[in-house]
Design a protein around this ligand. Structure first.
Ligand SMILES: O=P(O)(O)OP(=O)(O)OP(=O)(O)OC[C@H]1O[C@@H](n2cnc3c(O)ncnc32)[C@H](O)[C@@H]1O
Ligand SMILES: [Mg+2]
Length: 176
């Protein structure tokens, strides 16, 4: 059986991979690896880099055929803080695919907390008065009135990765 290593044990992220690969011939192995970026990425660039590094490290650590990294972050545009999310898929032949997901405006008090150097996960717990938002519906769930939870959002990214990867395998890759 071939293995997909997922560079996290966060249940919302692992569920996103299961939603795409569950029931297939792939064995899914969640494995905690460092993202190599700050605990709270503050730009698209840093968030994408974290996703790629998680994918590469998970591939190596689990000796898998495919590694997937999913990273949540925030980015600032025109003074407004946005939730941003990136994913990456790597294989043993050196193909790397990356894709970005949904963006969503964060309320000003969350933005102020980020500027004070705090992590979104912690700010979301304060905002909602509930624990572990990041492994459940996520900020995206809270700020879409429950319509799109974190697993659904990341599963969209995983589909973007897999679809591009299938084409790269057929036609040859371009580098991201
Ligand atoms: O165990 P890992 O995989 O690291 O899962 P994580 O929840 O920490 O997720 P990230 O490292 O990808 O996210 C970076 C930071 O942003 C927070 N974060 C990102 N997206 C979030 C969301 O949708 N809801 C709550 N917190 C989120 C997260 O808690 C971290 O503080
Ligand atoms: Mg984290």
């Amino acid at each position: 059986m071939k293995t997909i290593a997922v560079g996290t044990k966060n249940e919302a992220k692992v569920a996103a991979v299961r939603a795409v690969f569950g029931g297939s011939q792939w064995r899914i192995v969640p494995i905690d690896v460092p993202s190599g970026v700050s605990a709270q990425p503050l730009s698209d660039e840093e968030t994408r880099r974290g996703a790629i590094q998680r994918a590469k490290r998970a591939l190596e650590a689990a000796e898998a055929e495919i590694g997937i990294g999913l990273e949540g972050g925030v980015m600032n545009m025109d003074g407004q803080w946005w939730l941003c999310n990136w994913g990456a898929l790597v294989d043993r032949n050196g193909i790397t695919v990356a894709a970005g997901g949904a963006r969503l405006a964060l309320p000003p008090d969350i933005g102020a907390g980020l500027e004070a150097g705090r992590e979104l996960g912690e700010l979301m717990e304060e905002y909602t008065g509930r624990r572990n938002i990041r492994t459940k519906e996520g900020a995206v769930g809270v700020f879409t009135n429950g319509r799109i939870d974190r697993a659904a959002m990341f599963s969209h990214i995983v589909q973007l990765l897999v679809g591009q990867y299938e084409l790269f395998c057929q036609n040859g890759p371009f580098t991201v």
